[in-house]
Design a protein around this ligand. Structure first.
Ligand SMILES: NC(=O)c1ccc[n+]([C@@H]2O[C@H](COP(=O)([O-])OP(=O)(O)OC[C@H]3O[C@@H](n4cnc5c(N)ncnc54)[C@H](OP(=O)(O)O)[C@@H]3O)[C@@H](O)[C@H]2O)c1
Length: 258
């Protein structure tokens, strides 16, 4: 049974659109620079800026966030995630709804995006549903030489020179060798930090959930080392669904040829 479609309105209620309608004309691949895919980061945070509650992102977003998350995935050639996020969130087949796979076909995309897991030390659990799904095509960028045992997905390895590497070459290879023109990055905060430091994120979709989590030293959407420079964002849209805010930003300093 399909869930009731949530509606997104402008802050002063006017037009109300479903997530599908909101993204219907968004063609991220058309925005790609020559050397790499166009990269959109999609994250959810509480009103006090927390990116995880008890170690998981799941309790933060509600149904509208879930629908936008899946629609955004459905627009992308590839989904990028860090090893800890893939393992902790127990990533599954990326597009499970047949209607969304059909909508990808209509957009001229493959039914399933490529899943790219960044795992410097190949520290990813082979038993996660994504790696056990024989429809899934997973590319693991890693500095390790080994392979994952027991995966049923089609798994390929992008071997990098060390276990901490720059993402520009990974994205460049996704573009040149896999024809990936658009990437939705789903975090986590450690991976996001590297991508921002390299100037590789073009847009940020941020859901601000109407919740407080509190707690000391809590994870925010970008962690790790401080960014070398403050990243300036330009607001593209601000929408609400219920009490949650859905912000879309363009990153002013994204580097097209990084
Ligand atoms: N609020 C949200 O929207 C959201 C979204 C996603 C995740 N989360 C939360 O964030 C947490 C997980 O995030 P995280 O920051 O701990 O981890 P993460 O970014 O998901 O993954 C970190 C791992 O990715 C690999 N990695 C990242 N950058 C690398 C680089 N430049 N070179 C080589 N490898 C690199 C490393 O793997 P190896 O260990 O193999 O070296 C590293 O340990 C979870 O609590 C999750 O629930 C929240």
């Amino acid at each position: 049974m399909r869930m009731t479609e949530m509606l997104f309105t402008t802050l002063n209620p006017g037009t109300a659109l479903t997530a599908e309608q909101l993204l219907a004309n968004v063609d991220l691949g058309a925005l790609a620079p020559a050397q790499r895919p166009y990269v959109v980061l999609n994250m959810v945070a509480t009103a006090d800026g927390r990116a995880a509650v008890a170690g998981r992102a799941g309790p933060i977003g509600d149904e509208a966030d879930r629908q936008l998350f899946h629609q955004l995935r459905a627009t992308a050639d590839a989904v990028l995630m860090g090893a800890r996020t893939a393992s902790i969130e127990r990533s599954q087949r990326l597009v499970r709804d047949p209607a969304l796979r059909e909508s990808r076909r209509r957009r001229g995309l493959k039914p399933d995006p490529v899943a790219c897991i960044v795992s410097g030390r190949l520290n990813v659990a082979a038993d996660i549903p994504l790696l056990q799904d024989n429809h899934s095509h997973v590319v693991i960028a890693t500095g390790a030489r080994g392979r994952l045992d027991g995966a049923r997905a089609q798994v390929e390895y992008l071997r990098c020179a060390s276990d901490l590497f720059e993402l520009a070459s990974v994205l460049g290879t996704l573009r040149s060798d896999y024809g990936v023109r658009s990437v939705v990055c789903e975090g986590g905060p450690t991976l996001n930090s590297t991508l921002f430091r390299e100037g590789l994120i073009d847009e940020l979709f941020l859901t601000v959930a109407s919740k407080l989590a509190g707690g000391p030293d809590a994870l925010t959407i970008v962690s790790g080392l401080p960014l070398a420079e403050i990243v300036e964002l330009e607001l593209v849209w601000s929408l609400r669904s219920g009490d949650d805010l859905f912000l879309r930003y363009r990153v002013a300093s994204a580097r097209a040829n990084a």
